[in-house]
Structure formats: structure tokens, C-alpha cells
Write a new protein. Sequence first.
Length: 171
Amino acid sequence: MNIKRFVQVLSLFLILTALSYSLYKSGFAQEKTKLLEVGQGAPALTLTNTAGQRISLADYKGQGIVLNFWATYCPPCKKEMPLLADALTEDIAVITVNVGEPTRLVNQFLQNKQLSLPTLLDRKEEVYTLYQVTNLPTTFFINEKGEIDDKVIGELNEQLLKEKIEQIQPK
């Protein structure tokens, strides 16, 4: 075997070895990632709201929580925002999490739509990742015990929102 052929075979072997190791490690890492499921405790989160205050999910302990992930460029998100604003009650907290957008843009959107919703800013998409959100909008319904009662991927309508809120209403 000549030297050129030997180098080619060795290079191919090293590339395949590196690829195999990479696939093994990524598959192994995925096994350790626990998927969010109904009945599981909602992961703790602390983010800054549009006024610059730090807000935690724990601040709403004992209440039912509607946790909605959205963005200003998302048409279904825009459509459901007024429904979410109307859902705020004494026993139900509605918290929206804007994903990856600048504060000024979010504030301008809320002001133009005349919405006064507690809105947290996930500029680095850390909570988006923590909650394993894959599409916008996504809404988590969290009961007064802090457990995920349900999750809706996609746009909420009035009837669906009402049903889900009834499920998380504190007893």
C-alpha cells in the first residue's frame, strides 16, 4: 500500500471515529434530558419584566398560572393576546414570556395593542429552552401546587382557554 492510500484510509477512519463518538455523546446527553410532562413540577424561572423588575414563578405560589410563550412576529400569538389579558383574575395569574426580542419592541407592541399583561423577557431564550418550547405560541397551565396541568402548542381560542383555566382554578 502506498503512503497516499494509507493517509486516505487513516483520515477516513479518524473521521468515522469522530462522527461515531459525536453521535454517541449527543444520544447519551439526550437520554439524561428529562422531558416536561403533565403532573411534573414546573421548572423554576426568574426573568425581568418589561419594567425591569425581576419576577419569579414562585411569586405566584398558590395561584393557577397560565404561562404563555410568544413573540411579536407570530400572528397566532398576536391574536390570542387579548384573550389572555381578559383571563387575569384574583386566583389566576397570566404570565407571558416574550422570546428573544428587545424590550423596546415588546413594550411598543403591548402599548399599540393596549395590553397590560405581566410580560417577562427571555432575551437569551434560556427559559424557552428550559421549558422545551418548540413552537410559538405555547401555553403551560400550572396548578396551585406548581405542577404542569396541561400544555397547548398553538393558538388558544376562548373556549379552550376557559376550559384549561377551570382545570387550574385553586380549590
